[in-house]
Ligand binder design. Structure first.
Ligand SMILES: [Zn+2]
Length: 486
């Protein structure tokens, strides 16, 4: 990406030198060919109408409310996930879109019992235990039904684990007490803070198992302050035994760390999740056909599945709802895009990414027709603009759209270092330009993947602002006068 930009800049510099060299004849220099308009005046006028309609509509909010309140948690393979597929397909049909369900074979993991207590610790009153609040990580294997009892050893990071060595880790329960950087999140770099801490959720169990640990726990990833555990997938590698994996709350991690510093701490741990056979689910697709290039597709999307502790309002009913709002607003205004706008509700972002991977495989032959893809998967916080992962020129092309969005404070357009969404990652890898609203991430990680991801966390005005960013971006992409450079 960077080298391609550099090469382009060098070429441009070379062209300029040639163009500026003095000409021997005194004839007037011909004026350079005007840069062709990327967006027509009619399109720009429509973008303002689309923005206003999205800002003034409660359609997206009603969709989030239905998905989170009426359907509820939508873990892949669950009855609620199936119901959500049915519901979104029906809503997209009601909007007059061409609807298809694309089959996805998905994992089916279900949570079981999850309890823990400290049964031995320094200063303990006789015949007492200390309750530990935790949750199983997605994909975790189970302990025996009656649980396990073992000493706990704390490592703040992978280096500390290694320096403890097999001698101090074998037969123990490892707790990774890596602290989520709340200050970084407060500065609206929530995603970066999450990225630093989440590696322990992904790789902790395998690292601990390699040294003979019997279970692996992490300090919950995120800023939650109300003793809420935070779930999410763990990724077992093939080169170590699979051991039960969970996340204790930040408060419980502090407690265990304090007590283990004083002496031996033993925990009784029960985790009984189950990995059931793979099952069938679907990506939901609704097309608003383009008037000039119906074969070219601009995807606007969010993921339909969610974790099971909360009701998946911010992660990611909000993303699905703002994608649906794009089609709703265009239909309401009777505006037809030049290219097809495809509303896409992905299945299985959270514990497998099978929806995104299957779509990339199924559409490998028509990847050139996947014109661009937008995904909203960072909640519904106030957006300040558009992120893109594409040729650097794309930023300039969308400047008129950014000016339209400046009215709701979303006028920034900035490149991203990687795909702008997980589900659109597999097609991004195949060269499809990707986009996302650039969202306020200060509070998102206080709730996401916890029991507190519920409808009340959505600020209606901010959700509408995200809908405006997505609808304007989708329509601008669909109506570009030239194909995007790749
Ligand atoms: Zn998500």
């Amino acid at each position: 990406m960077i080298s391609r930009v550099f090469a382009g800049a060098l070429l441009l510099a070379a062209t300029k030198v040639i163009g500026q060299s003095p000409t021997p004849t005194p004839t007037p220099t011909p004026s350079p060919a005007p840069t062709p308009a990327r967006l027509s005046p009619a399109t720009i006028a429509d973008l303002a109408r689309i923005r206003d309609a999205a800002l003034n509509s409660d359609y997206a909010l009603r969709q989030v409310a239905h998905l989170s309140n009426n359907i509820g948690p939508r873990l892949t393979g669950s009855a609620q996930a199936a119901k959500a597929v049915e519901y979104v397909a029906a809503e997209l049909k009601a909007l007059g879109l061409e609807v298809q369900l694309e089959k996805v074979t998905v994992p089916h993991w279900v949570r079981g019992e999850e309890t823990a207590a400290l049964v031995q610790f320094p200063g303990q009153a006789e015949n007492t235990t200390q309750k530990i609040i935790l949750t199983a990580l997605g994909g975790s294997v189970a302990t025996p039904a009656e649980g396990i009892t073992a000493s706990v050893v704390v490592a703040r990071n992978f280096d500390e684990l290694q320096s403890l060595g097999r001698e101090k880790v074998a037969g123990k329960i490892v707790l990774f007490d890596y602290h989520f950087d709340k200050q970084m999140a407060a500065e609206s770099h929530g995603g970066e803070a999450y990225g630093q801490a989440v590696v322990y959720r992904g790789d902790g169990a395998t690292a601990a198992a390699k040294l003979g640990a019997v279970a692996s726990l992490i300090r919950s990833v995120g800023g939650a302050d109300f003793r809420l555990p935070h779930t999410g997938s763990t990724n077992y590698k093939e080169d170590a035994p699979k051991i039960p994996a969970g996340a204790v709350t930040a408060e419980d991690a502090d407690l265990i760390s304090a007590l283990t510093a004083q002496g031996e701490v033993k925990m009784h741990l029960v985790l009984t999740p189950q990995q059931l056979p793979d099952t069938t689910s679907f990506n939901v697709i609704g097309d608003l056909k383009g008037s000039e290039h119906p074969e070219d597709v601009v995807i606007t999307s969010g993921h339909l599945d969610s974790w099971d502790l909360g009701t998946g309002a911010i992660d990611d009913a909000a993303g699905v709802a703002v994608a649906m709002q794009t089609a709703n607003v265009l239909q309401q205004l009777h505006i037809r895009p030049k290219r097809t706008i495809r509303v896409l509700a992905w299945m299985n972002e959270e514990n497998g990414l099978r929806g995104g991977k299957t779509y990339a495989q199924d559409h490998a032959a028509d990847m050139a027709k996947q014109f661009a893809a937008i995904e909203t998967d960072g909640g519904a916080g106030h957006p300040v603009g558009i992120h893109f992962h594409a040729n650097a020129e794309v930023g300039k092309w969308l400047e008129p759209a950014a000016r339209v969005l400046q009215e709701s404070g979303a006028g920034i357009i900035a490149p991203s270092e990687h795909s702008t969404g997980a589900d659109i990652g597999p097609i991004d890898e195949q060269g499809v330009p990707t986009f996302a609203p650039m969202q306020d991430s200060r509070f998102y990680f206080n709730y996401h993947h916890t029991a507190a991801d519920t409808l009340d966390k959505i600020v209606p005005r901010e959700l509408a602002e995200n809908a405006a960013v997505v609808a304007v971006t989708a329509y601008a992409l669909a109506n570009l006068e030239q194909p995007l450079p790749r």
